[in-house]
Design a protein around this ligand. Structure first.
Ligand code: PLP
Length: 423
């Protein structure tokens, strides 16, 4: 048994890692002639090598077939969104008919709010967490206003009650059971972007539904990070982006989940021709007949060049499998945590919960000496080719991912922070 705090130990962990070959499927950015230590998959995932080839194939089909590529292309464009469906469903634990790749996250959130936030005088409110991502907050505030209600009254926040800004199960339960009866909707993240806290989606659905509220999720930081079981959890809807852990490129086409029980519902929706039943879409009739399932929420024909990288990326998730990715992720993040606790205890606090069931791959770290030193550390790491994510006001997110981060990356990061702290 090697000493866990040595380079030899990190190398041994890498040698025993059944997923280590997946790193070779990615383009790792370089800095001063060396590969970066890239821990920013929570913001933008790395480029899968296969992405360029797939995009090039679509450019070739465009050149060769022009409009006819909709039918004659290698992957006919008229049904391009269908090529990602099964694997996307696997990543979020849904039936294939419950997911669709379309638009971007905030657009999908608005589309879902149109259908699932149906306020009444008795139930006008939306419950969100206090530090929800600003875009989610803007979306729900504007929807509350759009329906003629006042966000100052009807946007209800769950306050973090734990010292590091996380929310205990008790606080969550109290907030939902207290406010739920006035809420048309409970909207929660799968993983909180600042603290890295992961939530028990099934439990939130159970609590929310018990009060009569609809329950939806923003899975921006959860999709591709944790195994999810949206169908079994019974979530009404969920949205996520694909440029973070799903490695599908800047502004990539996002995802949307609508539970099967709503797939044929008469809920109001904003409609477009691509949500029309494909059986009759091209008859170009005036009446809107929604496609069954999540497909029925599509508006426009899919952006082929934006969707293509998602195909390349999802193929890697399919090959690796979410259970294996999660099992490595728990070990990799656990390794980072153990090194930080053993070697950087006087330097860093960890804001993310210690229980693996309450976090994904991200650890949010705070420099004990204060915000200014924290910012200095972040800049120092960047200058060394070590990329984390600065989160206002004072946290550095480090997100080692199972697909492309070896244990040695974590070891080197900790060594670099240790050397900095001794300067
Ligand atoms: C939690 C969360 N929600 C929403 C968004 C907004 O995403 P988009 O710009 O794709 O709409 C982000 C972006 O990083 C996010 O992290």
């Amino acid at each position: 048994m090697t000493d866990p705090f040595t380079e030899a130990h990190a190398l041994a962990l890498d040698a025993a890692d059944p997923l280590s070959a997946f790193r070779g499927e990615f383009l790792i950015p370089h800095d001063q002639g060396r590969e970066q230590l890239y821990f920013c998959g929570n913001s933008l995932g790395l480029q899968p090598r296969g992405a360029r080839r797939i995009v090039e194939q679509e450019l070739e089909d465009w050149a060769e077939f022009a409009v006819e590529a909709h039918f004659k292309g290698r992957r006919p464009w008229w049904r391009y969104h269908e090529f990602v469906r099964d694997q996307l469903a696997g990543v979020v634990g849904a039936l294939p008919s419950e997911v669709v790749a379309m638009n971007t996250l905030t657009v999908n959130l608005h589309l879902m709010l149109v259908s699932f936030y149906r306020p009444t005088a008795e139930r006008p409110a939306i419950l969100i967490e206090k530090h929800a991502f600003p875009s989610d907050r803007h979306a729900v505030e504007s929807q509350i206003r759009f329906h003629g209600f006042d966000p100052a009254r009807e946007l209800v926040e769950i306050e973090p009650d734990e010292p590091n800004g996380t929310i205990s199960e008790g606080a969550l339960e109290r907030a939902i059971t207290t406010h739920g009866p006035r809420c048309a909707l409970v909207l929660m993240p799968g993983v909180q972007y600042r603290t890295g806290q992961a939530f028990d989606l099934a439990e939130i659905v159970r609590l929310g539904h018990a009060t009569g509220a609809v329950v939806g999720f923003d899975l921006a930081h959860a999709a591709g990070n944790l195994p999810l079981a949206l169908h079994d959890a019974g979530a009404d809807f969920a949205v996520w982006c694909s440029y973070k852990y799903l490695n599908s490129g800047p502004g990539a086409v996002a995802g949307c989940f609508v539970h099967e029980r709503h797939g044929r519902s008469g809920r109001p929706r904003f409609a477009g021709w691509w949500g029309h039943d494909p059986e009759s879409r091209f008859r170009m009739g005036p009446e809107f007949v929604p496609a069954p399932g999540a497909d029925g929420w599509q508006l426009s024909n899919p952006p082929i060049l934006g969707l293509a990288p998602l195909l390349a990326s999802l193929e890697l998730f399919h090959r690796a499998g979410m259970p294996a990715l999660r099992s490595k992720s728990e070990r990799l993040t656990g390794y980072l945590e153990s090194l930080v606790r053993a070697q950087l205890d006087g330097v860093l606090d960890i804001l993310t919960p210690a229980e693996p069931s309450r976090r994904g791959c991200q650890l949010s770290l705070r420099v004990r000496a204060g915000r200014e030193r924290g910012r200095a550390l972040f800049e120092h790491l960047l200058s060394q080719g070590i990329v984390g994510d600065w989160r206002q006001p004072d946290a550095i997110s480090i997100s080692p991912t199972s697909l492309y981060n070896p244990y040695m990356d974590v070891y080197r990061l900790v060594r670099a922070i240790d050397a900095w702290s001794r300067q």
